[in-house]
Design a protein around this ligand. Structure first.
Ligand SMILES: [Zn+2]
Length: 226
């Protein structure tokens, strides 16, 4: 009979930097790992074993210096195919306090067209209430609605996102990220696969940048320079 094993390594990742949403800045910032414990082990069930590894980190935002806690976990039972031959272990990331709690809409939310505003506010509610499938679908709907509102050319969402670049409304870098959001919504709607809070938070950050470029800045520019 094999024995369960566990080992701990202290401060292996201390001094490294991770991209994490800040609880105070409300956006993704570089965070310095102040101290850490890496735990790895193997549990035996008869002839089969499960290996697992986790990180526990005290992290500090490099912008506002707020200190919070991040943990990650992976195990040999939770994986996806990357291609036909390679598998990748899924990583679960948890942040304390939870970053999605109390996420607020942009202060200029009233400058958005009413239908964009409605979907945006519902999507924030879905994120704040830990409903990742609905939040993923909501983010895709936001992108679709902005494309429609700006009469972006094209017959499908891929072409329409590229159309926003063609119209000069969106940067090519922004388009690359929106294409990722597009597939995010695809996964939520068609495979009912929940997305991680971190991914959803980042995706919503990108939507908010798009709102700034498409609706908010043009409004203030028109008000200031005429
Ligand atoms: Zn911060």
């Amino acid at each position: 009979m094999q024995k369960n094993t566990v080992s701990r390594e202290f401060n292996k990742t201390a001094g490294t930097v991770v991209d994490v949403q800040c609880s105070k800045c409300k956006r993704v910032n570089k965070h310095l790992v102040l101290s850490s414990v890496d735990v790895s082990g193997e549990n035996w069930f008869g002839e089969n074993s499960l290996q697992y590894w986790s990180e526990y980190q005290v992290i500090m935002c490099q912008g506002c210096e707020t200190t919070t806690f991040r943990s990650t976990s992976q195990n040999t039972e939770d994986w996806d195919f990357v291609d036909h031959e390679t598998v990748e272990y899924n990583q679960t990331v948890n942040l304390y306090p939870s970053r999605s709690e109390g996420r607020n809409p942009l202060k200029d939310v009233y400058l958005l067209p009413p239908n964009v505003q409605r979907i945006y506010e519902e999507t924030i509610k879905a994120i704040n209430n830990d409903q990742p499938v609905l939040a993923g679908i909501g983010i895709r709907a936001i992108v679709e609605t902005v494309c429609k509102d700006k009469n972006s050319p094209g017959s499908n969402l891929v072409q329409k996102i590229n159309g926003l670049v063609f119209q000069g409304v969106l940067s090519p870098d922004g388009a690359t990220i929106l294409h990722k959001i597009r597939t995010l919504g695809n996964d939520s709607a068609h495979e009912v696969k929940p997305h991680k809070a971190e991914q959803l938070g980042l995706a919503l950050d990108v939507c908010e940048h798009l709102f700034q470029d498409v609706y908010v800045l043009p409004y203030y520019a028109a008000k200031t320079f005429t």
